[in-house]
Write a protein that binds this ligand. Structure first.
Ligand code: GDP
Ligand code: IMO
Ligand code: MG
Length: 428
C-alpha cells in the first residue's frame, strides 16, 4: 500500500476509524497528526466495539507502531482512561507499552485549559458546542507560545522556569477574564508529575531516527480526526475545532512532511451529521432526519450527544475535496439508506431572497441562513446491502447513486462501507 492519509471530509464522525483500522492491515506505522480526545473513533471487530479518542485506530493489530504525533494535544488522564477501557476489553497492558508511542512535541492539556473551555461553553457569547476537552485553549496556548509540551514534563528544571513565565499571565487570565480559580506553581508541578508518570511508558525520545526509518523503509498510515468542515481554516469558522484535519495537516502534524504522503482518502458518510453548533445547510429537522439518526445510531462517541442529521451535501463535499486535498473517497454507512424510498444529494444552493443559484461553498457561515439546498433525488434500493461483498452485488439503484456522486465530486469512490464491522467493506 502507498502511504495514505485518512481524512474526515464532513463534520467528523464519518467512520474514519473503521477505514483507518482496515487500511492499517497494510501499514507498518500509524500516526495521528492532529486533535485530541475530542475525537471519538469506533472500530468494530467481530462484533466487539472499541472506542478510541487519541490512540490511533490501528492499535488492535500486532507489530504496528501507533504514534500520537506532534500536532496532537494530550489530556493525560483521558489517555489513561482510554487505555484502561481498552485493556478492560482484553488488550494487554504490555501491548500498549510495546506499540503506543507519543511525540515529545505534542502539547499537554492542563486543568486550566478544560476550566476555560467549560467556562466559555457555559457563558461565552458564541457557543461552539465543544466537547469541553480543553482543545481550543490548549491550541491557543501552543500558538501563543505558552504551551506545555510532553518533553517539558521530563525536564523539571526547565519546566519550573517555564512556569515562572507562563503561570503569572495564565492566573490573571483565569481570574480576571474568566472569574476562575488560579493555580499555584506547586499545584501545576504536582499535576505535571502525575502526567509524567502516565505518559512515561510511551514517550518516544528517539522519534527522529525512528521516523526517518519509517519514512525510508515502511508503509505509513496517517489518521485524521474531526473533518474538513471542522478545520480551523476551511471549516464553518468559528464553529470549528482548533486544528487542521486536512491532508495538509498531516504534512505538518506527523513530523515527516507532505512528500511522505502518496494518497488521501476522504471519508464521507452517504448522508451527513454534525454535533455541536454551527451551520448545516442540508440539516433535516423532521422525520427523515430522525430516521437517519435512529438507523445510523447517530449519537456522539465522546459526549453521547445526539448528532444532527441531513442529506449528503455535494456542495460542501466538492469544497472538502479541494481544501482537504483528497484524492479518493471512502463512502460509509451506505446501508443506513437501505429503507429510504427516496435519497437526496444537494447539488447547489439557492439564495432564498434573490433566487440566485450558487455552486461554490459560501465560507462565511453567517450567510448560510440565506441558502436552501437544491436537491437531486434518487430512488432508494429498498433492500439489505449489509452482506454485499463486491460492487457487483450492490443493487442497481445504489450503483446509480454512487456513480452520480463520483461524477459530481470528480474523484473515485474506492471503498464502500455497508456496516460497522471490518468485514462489511467493499474495495472497488
Ligand atoms: P469517526 O469519528 O469518523 O471514526 O466515526 P465514529 O466512530 O464517531 O462514528 C461512526 C459510527 O458509525 C460508529 O458507530 C461506527 O461503528 C459506525 N459505522 C462505520 N461505518 C459504518 C457503516 O458502513 N455502516 C454502519 N451502519 N455503521 C458504520
Ligand atoms: P471525530 O474525530 C464530530 C466538534 C464539536 C464542536 C467543535 C469544536 O470523532 O470525527 P472541540 O471540542 O474540538 O473544541 O469542539 O468540533 N467536534 C467533533 N464533531 N466528531 C469529532 O471528532 C469532533 N471533535 C470535535 O462537537 O462542534
Ligand atoms: Mg467520531
Amino acid at each position: 500500500m502507498k502511504n495514505t492519509v485518512v481524512v474526515g471530509a464532513q463534520f467528523g464522525d464519518e467512520g474514519k476509524a473503521k477505514i483507518t483500522d482496515l487500511l492499517a492491515r497494510e501499514a507498518d506505522f500509524i500516526t495521528r497528526f492532529q486533535g485530541g480526545s475530542n475525537a471519538g473513533h469506533t472500530v468494530v471487530v467481530e462484533g466487539k466495539k472499541y472506542a478510541f479518542h487519541l490512540i490511533p485506530s490501528g492499535i488492535l493489530y500486532e507489530n504496528k507502531i501507533c504514534m500520537i504525533g506532534a500536532g496532537c494535544v494530550i489530556k493525560p488522564d483521558d489517555l489513561k482512561k482510554e487505555i484502561d477501557d481498552i485493556i478492560a476489553l482484553g488488550v494487554k497492558k504490555e501491548h500498549f507499552e510495546k506499540y503506543l508511542k507519543i511525540s515529545p512535541l505534542a502539547h499537554i492539556t492542563m486543568k486550566y485549559h478544560t476550566d476555560i473551555d467549560g467556562y466559555s461553553e457555559a457563558s461565552g457569547k458564541i457557543k461552539i458546542g465543544t466537547t469541553k476537552k480543553g482543545i481550543g485553549p490548549t491550541y491557543t496556548d501552543k500558538y501563543n507560545r505558552s504551551g506545555i509540551r510532553v518533553e517539558d514534563l521530563f525536564n523539571i528544571g526547565t519546566l519550573s522556569k517555564k512556569l515562572d513565565t507562563i503561570l503569572d499571565k495564565k492566573n490573571k487570565e483565569l481570574q480576571f477574564v474568566y472569574n476562575l480559580k488560579p493555580y499555584t506553581k506547586e499545584e501545576i508541578l504536582a499535576e505535571c508529575a502525575k502526567y509524567r508518570e502516565i505518559l512515561s511508558p510511551y514517550v518516544d525520545f528517539r522519534w527522529q531516527e525512528n521516523l526517518l526509518n519509517y519514512k525510508n523503509n515502511k508503509t505509513i498510515l496517517f489518521e485524521g480526526a474531526q473533518g474538513v468542515m471542522l478545520d480551523i481554516d476551511y471549516g464553518t469558522y468559528p464553529f470549528v475545532t482548533s486544528s487542521s484535519p486536512t491532508a495538509g495537516g498531516a504534512g505538518v502534524g506527523a513530523s515527516i512532511g507532505p512528500l511522505a504522503i502518496d494518497r488521501a482518502v476522504g471519508v464521507f458518510k452517504a448522508y451527513m451529521t454534525r454535533v455541536g453548533e454551527g451551520a448545516f445547510i442540508t440539516e433535516l429537522n423532521d422525520e427523515t432526519g430522525e430516521k437517519l439518526r435512529s438507523i445510523g445510531g447517530e449519537f456522539g462517541v465522546t459526549t453521547g450527544r445526539p448528532r444532527r442529521c441531513g442529506w449528503f451535501d455535494a456542495v460542501s463535499a466538492k469544497y472538502a475535496v479541494l481544501a482537504g486535498g483528497l484524492s479518493e473517497i471512502a463512502l460509509t454507512k451506505l446501508d443506513v439508506l437501505d429503507s429510504f424510498e427516496e435519497i437526496k444529494i444537494a447539488i447547489s444552493y439557492k439564495n432564498k431572497i434573490t433566487g440566485e443559484i450558487i455552486n461554490h461553498y459560501p465560507t462565511n457561515v453567517y450567510t448560510h441562513e440565506d441558502f436552501e439546498p437544491v436537491y437531486e433525488t434518487f430512488k432508494g434500493w429498498n433492500c439489505d446491502i449489509t452482506k454485499c461483498k463486491s460492487y457487483d452485488e450492490l443493487p442497481q439503484n445504489a450503483k446509480i447513486y454512487l456513480k452520480r456522486l463520483e461524477e459530481i465530486l470528480g474523484i473515485k469512490i474506492t471503498i464502500i462501507s455497508v456496516g460497522a464491522d471490518r468485514e462489511q467493506t467493499i474495495f472497488v
